[in-house]
Design a protein around this ligand. Structure first.
Ligand code: ADP
Ligand code: MG
Length: 392
């Protein structure tokens, strides 16, 4: 049996460890700094957004055990912003410092087969699916699943590693294209809308939840979040209850994101993220405690905040295509005219400091806040058009 370290309260000026250096890690670093902590980030990319602002950036692979020894030796506790951190890395670190969330919870969220099986085993609502490990599995898949989406079990994100397939033959071709990697085949559902819940859970099992937001995607990537979701309060509450059951069953400690489909008025869990979530960015601007502050609190054994959302918020993602002349990733490369956004009342711009924009890459976002949901949405969509985001 491995003996993992449990935490007592960790107070400033302690140093916290972050596995992963993306924008979610960068906002964690900012929150931790405001609260008086230091942060070391481990990420192999020397230009990682979180690494740039961390007190120390260990530029190393997630399985570089010498770097892990340093991180473990220098930090009071460690968390992650990236679901694909190898479970073995989290297990290894947990031998000498508290690690939240635990390897076991991350392992479920980082593999679509484990994730779907977890939902099925725990009686949580999920869509029809089949586990695909061979071409035979594809050929024997229930015909009722089509039209379907074939998704690689591991390392997919922002719609990558997914193929829409109308028949067994198309699914076989897509499975071959994915080089026979284990996959799930999901029935393509007709969605009323998509919502997500971000919550925090501490070691004693106390949970604090942000109101569910509504997510609009474009090309499989989150485009706009409206928070709170303009659904019934009953649906938002049900989403919260399901997310809480998931966190409890996972024994989760930290900030967790749960994505849902709404189909015929019913909630279906799509996937879980063992970290803060893109749809929770607005909690920085529209709540008195953000999803990142909650991540710090849960990691350090501080009491979780009871976040109050003081404004309606609309978040718009800024993707790399915006840096190109045609707004789609072609033509001359230029910096978007940020002054256009700074002129919009109640708009806050967040840029991640990534040094090169590629189409589909998340480069920044903005959040518009206000009192009336329709008005805030209109102001945000006008700003979105003004900066040059075009709908096909
Ligand atoms: P990721 O966010 O990791 O890229 P998702 O599984 O959340 O992968 O898929 C991205 C988006 O694609 C979803 O938010 C949804 O808009 C759409 N999508 C995925 N699976 C389905 C499905 N089974 N039915 C309908 N739409 C889907
Ligand atoms: Mg998703």
């Amino acid at each position: 049996m491995s003996s993992s370290k449990t935490s007592s309260t960790i107070l400033p000026p302690a140093t916290l460890g972050m596995l992963g250096g993306g924008q979610l890690g960068r906002f964690f670093v900012a929150a931790a700094h405001e609260m008086g902590y230091k942060v070391w980030v481990l990420d192999p990319d020397p230009h990682s957004p979180a690494g740039l602002i961390a007190d120390r950036h260990l530029v190393a692979a997630y399985e570089d055990y010498a770097a892990l020894d340093e991180l473990g030796g220098g930090c009071a506790a460690v968390t992650t912003e990236f679901e694909n951190v190898p479970a073995g890395t989290l297990d290894y670190l947990s031998k000498f410092i508290p690690v939240h969330p635990a390897a076991s919870a991350v392992a479920v969220c980082q593999n679509r087969i484990a994730e779907k099986s977890f939902l099925a085993d725990n009686g949580l609502p999920h869509g029809p699916f089949a586990v695909i490990r061979s071409e035979d599995d594809v050929r024997h898949a229930d015909a009722g699943l089509f039209p379907a989406v074939l998704k690689v079990a591991r390392f997919g994100y922002d719609g990558k590693g997914q193929a829409r397939v109308a028949s067994h033959d198309e699914a076989v071709a897509a499975f071959q294209h994915f080089k026979g990697e284990p996959c799930v085949l999901e029935k393509m559902l007709t969605l009323d809308c998509e919502v997500s819940v971000v919550l925090a859970r501490d070691e004693t099992g106390t949970m604090r939840c942000f109101a569910a937001g509504e997510n609009r995607h474009r090309n499989g990537i989150l485009d706009v979040t409206i928070a709170p979701a303009q659904t019934s309060a009953g649906l938002r509450d049900e989403a919260r209850r399901i997310a809480e059951r998931i966190a409890e069953k996972l024994g989760y400690v930290g900030t967790l994101g749960v994505e849902f489909f709404v189909c015929g008025g019913e909630l279906v869990v799509n996937e879980m993220a063992p970290r803060p979530h893109n749809s929770g960015h607005h909690t920085i601007d529209a709540c008195d405690a953000s999803q990142y502050e909650q991540q710090v609190r849960a990691l350090c054994g501080l009491p979780l905040a009871t976040p109050r959302q003081h404004s309606v918020a609309v978040m718009v993602n800024l993707l790399g295509e915006l840096w190109y002349a045609d707004g789609k990733g072609h033509g001359a490369y230029h910096e978007p005219d940020w002054a256009v956004l700074h002129a919009v009342p109640g708009l806050r711009l967040h840029l991640y400091g990534k040094h090169h924009a590629r189409p589909g890459r998340k480069m920044g976002h903005f959040v518009v806040t206000g009192e009336d949901a329709d008005e805030v949405l209109q102001r945000a969509l006008q700003a979105r058009a003004a900066i040059g985001i075009r709908d096909e």
